[in-house]
Design a protein around this ligand. Structure first.
Ligand SMILES: *Cc1c(COP(=O)(O)O)cnc(C)c1O
Length: 383
C-alpha cells in the first residue's frame, strides 16, 4: 500500500542511514514502563482528559514557569485554538513568517484568518524590522515561530504589538525549554503553542499538543473550547471543538517529561560541537548564538554553499542530511492561488530555503558520528 503520510518517512526506521534523524526506537526502549501505566488506566477507564492529562498540564506549566497549560489534539490545533480563543475570524490578518512548517499557516487559514507574511532574517526568525510597515487595518495578531528553538526578538515584537494593540502568539513547537533571559518560550506573548508530535523534542506516540498562557480568562475559555464548550453534562456555553490531548499520549508525555532537560542538554552539546568545528569554514554560515538565550536545537540548521550537492554527498555517506524546508510557505500552491504571493516577495525566506541544511543532533548521536559528519563536510569543500 502506498504510504500517504509523507511525514513518517522521517521517523520510520531507515536502515540506509548510519547517522539518522530517527532515534525513536532507542528513545522508547523502556516502553514496558509506559505499558504498565496504560494497564492502570484500563482499570480506571479514565480515557478522555482525566488524571494523566491534568498531571501533564500541571507539570509542563511548572517546568516552563507558565501559569496554565491546556492539553490539546496537536500543535496545529494549539495554534488554531489560540486564534479562536482570541476571537479572530472573517479574514482577520495574522502577521507571520513564510519560513515555517506548513502547520503554522494551515492553522491560520483553518481559523478563517489570512496570513500576512513578513520576511525572515538571516537567523531564520521573522525580521522584526519589517513588521511595522506590514500592519494593516485588518491585522489582529503577530504569530512568531521560534525557529529550531531560537527565540525571536520578542522585545521589539512586543513593543510593536503594544503600539498597534495586536495579540502575540508564539508557535513554540520547536522551542520546548528554550529561554531568553530566564523567560521560557511560550511566556513572551498572550499564548504559546507546543506540539508533542513524534519528531519534536518532547514527543509522544502520535499526535498531541498544548497551549500555555498566563491569562486566567484565556485558560478558562480554552479548557471549554477544546471540549465542545461543555460547562456540564448537558450544556455548552459556546460552540467548541473536540481537541483534547489524548489520555494515552498524556501517559507517554508524563513518562518522557522528566527526561526533557537531559534531551535538551545533549542537543545543545552536540550543536555546540558542530558549531565549533564548522564555523571556520567559509562556505558555511551559522547565525550568531546569543549568550542570554538558550536555543534547544529542535533542528540543527546551517546555511551552506552548494546545499543540494552537499546534501546528496552526505546522504551517500549514510548521513541523514535534510532540508527544512525547500519551499517557503508563500510559494506553496495555495498561498499563490488564495493570497497572490509570488516568487521574489520574500527574498530571505527564499534564500534560506535554498541554502539551509539540517544535520542530526539528537541525544543518540555520538561524538564519533559528529566527527564523521564534520570530516565529510570538510572533504566535500576541500577535496
Ligand atoms: C510541528 C509543528 C507544528 C504543528 O505540530 P503538529 O503537532 O504536527 O500539528 C506547528 N508549527 C511548527 C513550526 C512545527 O514545527
Amino acid at each position: 500500500m502506498k504510504n500517504t503520510n509523507f511525514l513518517t518517512q522521517q521517523y520510520i526506521q531507515n536502515k540506509k542511514f548510519n547517522i539518522s534523524h530517527n532515534y525513536l526506537s532507542s528513545q522508547f526502549n523502556d516502553y514496558k514502563k509506559i505499558f504498565k501505566k496504560i494497564e492502570k488506566l484500563i482499570k480506571f477507564n479514565d480515557y478522555t482528559l482525566g488524571f494523566e492529562v491534568e498531571k501533564f498540564e500541571k507539570k509542563f506549566a511548572k517546568l516552563i514557569n507558565a501559569k496554565h497549560c491546556i492539553g490539546v489534539g496537536s500543535g496545529t490545533d494549539a495554534i488554531y485554538l489560540a486564534l479562536k480563543v482570541l476571537d479572530l475570524k472573517n479574514g482577520d490578518e495574522v502577521i507571520t513568517t513564510p519560513y515555517t512548517f506548513y502547520a503554522t499557516i494551515n492553522a491560520i487559514v483553518q481559523a478563517d484568518c489570512k496570513p500576512n507574511f513578513v520576511d525572515a532574517g538571516q537567523d531564520f526568525n521573522i525580521n522584526p524590522d519589517l513588521i511595522e510597515k506590514s500592519i494593516t487595518k485588518k491585522t489582529k495578531a503577530i504569530l512568531v515561530v521560534h525557529w529550531s528553538g531560537r527565540i525571536c526578538d520578542m522585545k521589539k515584537i512586543n513593543q510593536i504589538a503594544k503600539k498597534y494593540k495586536l495579540f502575540v502568539i508564539e508557535d513554540a513547537c520547536h522551542a520546548a525549554l528554550s529561554f531568553k533571559k530566564n523567560k521560557f518560550a511560550g511566556n513572551f506573548g498572550d499564548i504559546g503553542c507546543f506540539s508533542l508530535h513524534p519528531l519534536k523534542n518532547l514527543n509522544v506516540w502520535g499526535d498531541g499538543g498544548m497551549i500555555v498562557t498566563n491569562n486566567n480568562k484565556i485558560n478558562k475559555k480554552l479548557k471549554l473550547i477544546r471540549n465542545h464548550g461543555l460547562v456540564d453534562r448537558n450544556n455548552i456555553k459556546f460552540f467548541g471543538v473536540n481537541s483534547r490531548l489524548d489520555t494515552l499520549q498524556a501517559i507517554v508525555a508524563n513518562h518522557l517529561l522528566p527526561k526533557l532537560k537531559n534531551i535538551t542538554f545533549s542537543r545543545i552539546k552536540n550543536a555546540n560541537y558542530l558549531d565549533d568545528n564548522l564555523k571556520h569554514i567559509k562556505q558555511i554560515y551559522i547565525p550568531k548564538r546569543e549568550k542570554s538565550s538558550r536555543e534547544v536545537f529542535h533542528l540543527y540548521c546551517i546555511q551552506v554553499k552548494n546545499r543540494d550537492k552537499l546534501a546528496r554527498f552526505l546522504i551517500s555517506k549514510g548521513i541523514d542530511a535534510k532540508k527544512h524546508y525547500p519551499i517557503p510557505m508563500h510559494l506553496q500552491k495555495p498561498s499563490k492561488q488564495m493570497f497572490g504571493y509570488k516568487k521574489g516577495d520574500f527574498p530571505m525566506a527564499e534564500k534560506l530555503s535554498k541554502d539551509t541544511l539540517s544535520l542530526p543532533v539528537h541525544e543518540y548521536v555520538t561524538k564519533k558520528q559528529l566527527d564523521f559528519i564534520i570530516k565529510q563536510i570538510k572533504l566535500f569543500y576541500f577535496k
